[in-house]
Write a protein that binds this ligand. Structure first.
Ligand SMILES: [Zn+2]
Ligand SMILES: [Zn+2]
Length: 342
């Protein structure tokens, strides 16, 4: 089968690799759509933590497809079923799982390999994190379950409430998914901040109430102005840079919450103002990844179109052109997600 193998930074090659063998409890799926993700772009541009991905590997983790092979005796899913699965499955018995923190599982298994004609879903993944896709939902929509699941988890932890003003730093795919989600939660105002005007325009079309170009105006001043001098109730950082992590703290009101959502490079340290945390009672939290429950919720919200993710796919490309797809994403101001069709 054809697969996109990642060998190192910007070293992505289409190769013929053996089709995976299906063992007990496993299924083989014909990938019908795989969507590009900020994490993929990060891995392509600068590498990633070894704990999660080991090179060389087929990468890509947002996908959906049709089951073509089912191991003997496995009752679900059935051949021909449309499914999505992964990209993670907690063990359910480690210390973290026992505490209900499934996203922090100490024995997490990950599923990479969406940029290929076929993907094998392991037994634990079948059991813990595989969902059937309703037939009215397209494969590319279903593929976006993964990032939406991460966003739902983050927004839940940050406790965004009806009537809040939320400021989101970053109008990339993850910032935009936050925007769609908090709008559905009934925020009074969603303010989105980015450096790229085209992205801000797009965010406006998706429902952002205010857009702030941090390259043209002082974002802190702008957010304060929009909030009567107080700052936002909740600030969500959706970029993953130390400078924007620190900026997020400047945009929040007293007693508000900062969700540092974007992962910074390993070893990063950021400055906190102790006064702001103590006298200002600001809550700062980070969230990582998501849980099987949120995957299910995310797919249901996509299927009901409560959260309509369709506008986020801005281009469709063949698997053979995947390197080009990532080069486009590295430079384009208008592309959000590219759906790869193997
Ligand atoms: Zn993703
Ligand atoms: Zn565990």
């Amino acid at each position: 089968m054809k697969a996109a193998m990642l060998y190192g930074v910007k070293d992505l090659r289409i190769e013929d690799v053996p089709e995976p063998e299906v063992e007990a409890g496993e299924v083989l799926v014909r990938v019908k759509a795989a969507t590009t993700c900020g994490t993929d772009l990060k891995i392509f541009q600068r590498g990633y933590v070894e704990r999660v991905i080991r090179l060389p590997t087929i990468f890509g983790h947002e996908w959906a497809g049709e089951v073509v092979k089912v191991s003997e005796g496995l009752e679900w899913p059935k051949k021909g079923m449309h499914i999505r699965a992964g990209n993670s499955a907690p063990c359910l018995h480690c210390n973290m799982c026992q505490k209900g923190k499934y996203n922090l599982c100490e024995n997490m298994i990950w599923l990479w390999g969406a940029y290929a004609e076929y993907i094998k879903v392991s037994a634990r993944m079948v059991l813990v994190n595989t969902q059937e896709i309703p037939t009215h939902v397209s494969y590319e929509e279903a593929a976006i379950t993964e990032p939406l699941a991460c966003v739902l988890h983050g927004v839940e932890e940050a406790q965004v409430k009806l009537g809040d003003t939320v400021a989101i730093i970053g109008a990339g795919p993850i910032g935009l998914l936050h925007l769609l989600t908090v709008k559905k939660l009934g925020v009074e105002r969603a303010i989105i901040i980015d450096l790229i005007e085209e992205r801000l325009d797009f965010a406006g079309k998706l429902g952002a109430d205010e857009t702030v170009n941090a390259g043209k105006v002082d974002a802190t001043k702008a957010v304060k102005q929009l909030t009567g001098g107080y700052g936002a109730d909740v600030v969500i950082e959706a970029i993953g840079l130390p400078s924007t992590w620190e900026q997020a703290l400047k945009l929040v009101r007293k007693g508000g919450t900062v969700l540092e959502f974007g992962g910074c490079p390993p070893g990063t340290e950021v400055k906190l103002d102790a006064e702001q945390l103590h006298y200002g009672e600001v809550t700062v939290l980070g969230t990582f990844h998501t849980t099987p429950l949120h995957f299910r919720k995310a797919l249901n919200l996509i299927a009901s179109r409560t959260i309509d993710v369709r506008p986020l796919v801005t281009r469709r490309m063949r698997l053979e052109n995947i390197k080009e797809a990532f080069e486009i994403l590295s430079t384009s101001k208008t592309e959000i997600k590219i759906a790869i069709n193997p």
